[in-house]
Design a protein around this ligand. Structure first.
Ligand code: ZN
Length: 216
């Protein structure tokens, strides 16, 4: 890149027209261009020309959970079963955006339930978590929504959901605490009422990171 094209020595008149057409540009792209200008950037410079459409595509992916619902995600994968002991899917990767700052939070989810005649296809638990995570969220609400979804699908004897996440809005700005994580849990039915069940869940999880999340 020559000096003449750098942001320091603009040789073109001050117009906001992009140097190349941005074919994927949609309504979010236009707003991102405005934001770049408001931040004092030049959206025509080489590195930023396609940024608005990249951000639009990225934001649409990161919030694609709005375009789907529980029925579509589960797709009929509810099965009759006599199995009654705990089902636990742990260490499910969570990537979401906090609704207060639109900054990422990420970590692990652990989802457990006690079946009562019905079980869910195992891959559906991570898919349910992903559907709610790909919306603008609070970790507290995300935790509860996952638990309520499992409850509504299976009407099991109990549901326990725990999330442990790092929030970029706490690490990069605000209190700027990098190492801290936030733990949330939602307990329904038997898991809410019976501390012995929660201890068994902790034992089942072993000494791993999640083992302490359920409480006594
Ligand atoms: Zn935030």
């Amino acid at each position: 890149m020559s000096l003449a094209n750098s942001a320091f020595l603009p040789e073109k008149p001050e117009t906001l027209e992009p140097t190349q057409p941005d074919t994927a540009a949609g309504p979010i792209s236009a707003m991102v261009r405005d934001m770049l200008v408001a931040l004092g950037e030049d959206p025509r410079r080489e590195g930023l020309v396609k940024t608005p459409s990249r951000v639009e595509k990225s934001m649409r992916f990161l919030t694609s959970g709005y375009q789907t619902d529980l029925e579509e995600v589960v797709n009929g994968a509810v099965f009759e079963s006599d199995y009654r002991d705990v089902v636990l899917v742990r260490d499910i990767d969570i990537f979401s955006l906090c609704e207060h700052h639109l900054l990422p939070f990420y970590g692990k989810a652990h989802i457990a339930y006690l079946p009562e005649g019905k079980v869910l296809g195992l891959s559906k638990l991570p898919r349910i978590a992903e559907m709610f995570a790909r919306r603008l969220q609070l970790q507290e609400n995300l935790t509860q929504q996952i638990a309520d979804a499992v409850q509504s699908l299976l009407n099991p004897r109990g549901v326990a959901v725990s999330l442990e996440c790092s929030h970029m809005c706490m690490a990069m700005r605000g209190v700027q605490k990098v190492g801290s994580t936030t733990v949330t849990r939602a307990l329904l039915g038997a898991f809410s009422e019976d501390s012995k069940l929660r201890r068994e869940l902790s034992m089942l999880e072993g000494a791993g990171q999640g083992g302490r999340l359920w409480g006594a």
